[in-house]
Design a protein around this ligand. Structure first.
Ligand code: PLP
Length: 479
């Protein structure tokens, strides 16, 4: 259930590795792909499906090309990453310039200019007193760092029993063992149990599947969902709970925006129980919802923001945990320090690329572009609601999920076999064949997810809608 449904196409590549092997063959034989069911690519004689590994070779703007020269609209910005689009010369130049000047230096008791500039810039974008930036190489490490900071902070301020964390059902927060404990997808965790103890789950904000009496009242549903957090803190004991990890819009399960008032009530609850609110913005920051940080879009101030992906638009990897002045305070004194770090955290090349990437955001007004165009994107996708298979279209900004249902009136979902046939057996390949790279996901109920580069407008919204319409219409025949 947790493997990525893999788009496949028939072999016709003439691209070769230095040893003369076809890329697709060498990938099958040597590359261990992430969250990937490798039997898809094994020979039929070995019990595999005999499909060819899809190989993406080039990107330009909102489009990517495979090794056969076929063009696709990148409906997922790679993996919620390529905000400014592919092929930006100036980001490649920024990386090259920095590599020439200072390719590497760690942030272990030393600093380098680009990490300092970027920390200052992120602190300026962040709300409230979130002024302290701890760099990582990606999102999972940022989440891991946030939990460790929460534990240490409470030890330092004389509340050493506060160490547990609360997060939401079906939410994805990364794969390091701490972050995986926070993750709420049982199938992603069961092979690695026992994980870090002390992580508890509450309901998410899936309005479409809210308890019957709250389905048509988002405000009441938001309060109900927020109260589940208070309840979990009470059940565990307020003296033992350190932090609540929430995405502004939950990705896994298919884009659950916060109901009105949800985060305001969560903030009150966290203050009441002295529990840290961590806004996991690994997907939602850097314009995905609109603002640089999505907590600004939804009007709440967390204690920590975790972010990564869009910070460089993927031209080089980096992540960050941004903490409030209050959390840093105990670390300013005496021999106290945060015994935690990563060799490549805040890498100079990535920090330089992030600065250049954020320059593009500001020069091209990408945050405003998302705010202005989100309603048009949503309206284009909502046209699909006339299809029998499309139960719900939800999301915010340039981030949408389309839930597929068996029966629209009853909202009945597909069972595991049906979902397997629909998503893996048909949709993933058909969407890719139709020239749309996006995600057909069944970690919760079956959804198609869209998070394109932030540079697109109405022509691409229409292209996405039309491609989805033709594939989903065809899908009905395969049920
Ligand atoms: C909300 C959230 N947190 C954490 C992560 C993990 O980030 P990474 O894959 O960079 O480790 C992800 C990845 O998609 C994410 O969506």
């Amino acid at each position: 259930m947790t493997t990525e449904p893999t788009p496949v196409y028939e072999p016709s590549s003439d691209r070769h590795t230095p040893t003369g092997a076809l890329y697709s063959d060498a990938a099958r034989d040597h590359l261990w792909m992430h969250f990937t069911r490798h039997s898809t690519f094994e020979d039929k004689t070995d019990g595999g499906a005999g499909h060819t590994v899809p190989i993406i070779t080039r990107g330009e703007g909102a489009y990517i090309w495979d090794d056969r020269g076929k063009k696709y609209l990148d409906g997922l910005a790679g993996l919620f990453v390529v905000q400014v689009g592919h092929g930006r010369e100036e980001l490649a130049e920024a990386a090259a310039r920095q590599a020439r000047e200072l390719a590497f230096f760690p942030l272990w008791s030393y600093a380098h200019p680009k990490a300092i500039e970027l920390a200052e810039r992120l602190a300026n974008y962040a709300p409230g007193d979130l002024n302290r930036v701890f760099f990582t190489t990606g999102g999972g490490e940022a989440v891991e760092s946030a939990w460790k900071l929460a534990k240490q902070y409470y030890k330092l301020v004389g509340k050493p029993t506060k160490h547990k964390v609360i997060s939401r059902a079906v939410a994805y927060h990364g794969t390091p063992q701490g972050a995986l404990s926070i993750t709420g997808i049982p199938a992603a965790k069961e092979m690695f149990e026992p994980l870090v103890p002390g992580a508890f789950k509450v309901p998410n904000t899936n309005q479409y599947r809210a308890p019957e009496h709250l389905r048509d009242d988002p405000k009441a549903f938001g309060l109900w969902a927020a109260e589940r957090i208070a309840e979990a803190i009470e059940f565990e004991g307020p003296d033992t709970v350190a932090a609540v990890f929430l995405e502004p819009v939950q990705n896994s399960g298919g884009c659950f925006p916060p109901p009105p008032g949800y985060f305001q009530r969560v903030r009150e609850i966290c203050d009441e129980y002295d529990v840290l609110l961590v806004s996991d913005e690994v997907i939602c920051s850097f314009g995905r919802i609109g603002d640089m940080f999505a907590c600004n879009d939804f009007g709440y101030v967390p204690d920590i923001i975790t972010c990564a992906k869009g910070m460089t638009s993927g031209y080089s990897p980096i992540g960050a945990m941004i903490a409030s002045d209050r959390l840093f305070e105990p670390f300013r004194k005496g021999t106290t320090y945060f015994p935690h770090g990563y060799t490549f955290g805040g890498h100079p090349v990535s920090a330089a690329v992030a600065m250049a990437n954020l320059d593009i955001f500001e020069r091209e007004g990408l945050n405003k572009h998302v705010h202005d165009n989100a309603p048009k994107f949503r309206a284009s996708l909502e046209k699909l609601l006339d299809l029998p298979l499309v139960g719900d279209v939800r999301g915010e900004g340039f981030f949408y999920g389309i839930e597929l249902v068996k029966d629209k009136d009853t909202r009945e979902t597909f069972d595991d076999d049906e979902s397997e046939r629909l998503l893996r057996g048909f949709l993933s390949k058909a969407l890719f064949d139709a020239g749309l790279y996006c995600r057909a996901d069944d970690r919760g109920d079956p959804v198609i997810q869209l998070a394109p580069p932030l540079i697109i407008g109405q022509p691409e919204f229409d292209e996405i809608e039309q491609k989805l319409r033709s594939v989903l219409t065809e899908a009905e025949k395969h049920l």
